[in-house]
Write a protein that binds this ligand. Structure first.
Ligand code: PEP
Length: 245
């Protein structure tokens, strides 16, 4: 298992090209760490390549070969030097009806093309209130990682992203996050015989709460959405987690 913490920036679909060029002026000059993985909207990816940080996609397609209009295959991503892909983000599960089964096929396809997968899992507010968090996480993990060998699992990082925490300013407590990270590791151990899975947290992480969140001992980094779209806020988060580690 890699021991250095990572920070993943999910830029989603908020910035246009003018915003991107202002953003890059700051980011390209200051971010020099391979442990920072920036995932821009795919049309802007070429502007982010060949820098000192890493680049990821927000999604990759389920197959490598064939004609699938509008999609990006893992093989194409790798040919551009892109190593990471986010799979199973809750916005895709919700708005694009991505199922556990589809997510599993995407994970396998990406790893078979030598990509590293950031697999998002997390419960909704309703599931949390019904005390179904553990059940939901177990289902998402077991299904998404079905059929993966130990070697394949080495290329997976689990992002625990409670849906109720994404873009809401409702951050999970350190205690909740630590407990859930342990639970995720236990599932991986029980179900796949895999030890010490790397687990990161995402959900309303920002430049103000990062110091406290970074105290959680069993977390290997953070997935940042909204705050990663602001270069100065993102730099503060990077400094706290990656630069000072
Ligand atoms: C995300 O969408 O992955 C995310 C963590 O968003 P935010 O940081 O805005 O909650």
């Amino acid at each position: 298992m890699e021991t250095k913490k990572i920070v993943v920036g999910n830029l989603k679909t908020k910035m246009d090209i003018n915003d991107i060029s202002k953003y890059l002026k700051i980011i390209n000059e200051q971010v020099i760490d391979k442990e920072v993985i920036i995932c821009p909207t795919s049309i802007y990816i070429p502007y982010f390549l060949k820098q000192r940080y890493s680049v990821g996609l927000q999604n990759t397609f389920v197959n490598d070969e064939g004609t699938y209009t509008g999609e990006i295959t893992p093989k194409q991503a790798v040919s551009m030097g892109i190593k990471y892909t986010i799979i199973g983000h809750s916005e895709r599960r919700i708005h694009l009806d991505e199922t556990d089964e589809l997510i599993n096929r995407k994970v396998i396809s990406a790893i078979n093309s030598n990509m590293r997968v950031i697999l998002c899992v997390g419960e909704t507010l309703e599931e949390k209130q019904l005390l179904k968090t553990d059940m939901v996480l177990r289902r998402q993990l077991v299904n998404a990682l079905n059929g993966l060998s130990i070697d394949m699992l080495d290329n997976v990082t689990i992002a625990y992203e409670p849906v109720w925490a994404i873009g809401t300013n409702n951050v999970a407590s350190n205690k909740e996050i630590a407990r859930t990270a342990n639970y995720i590791r236990m599932i991986l151990h029980q179900n796949r015989g895999y030890e010490n899975m790397r687990v990161i947290y995402g959900g309303s992480v920002n430049e103000q709460n990062i110091k406290e969140l970074n105290q959680i001992e069993n977390i290997s980094g953070f997935l940042v959405g909204g705050a990663s779209n602001d270069a100065k806020k993102f730099l503060k988060i990077i400094e706290e987690v990656v630069v000072n580690q």
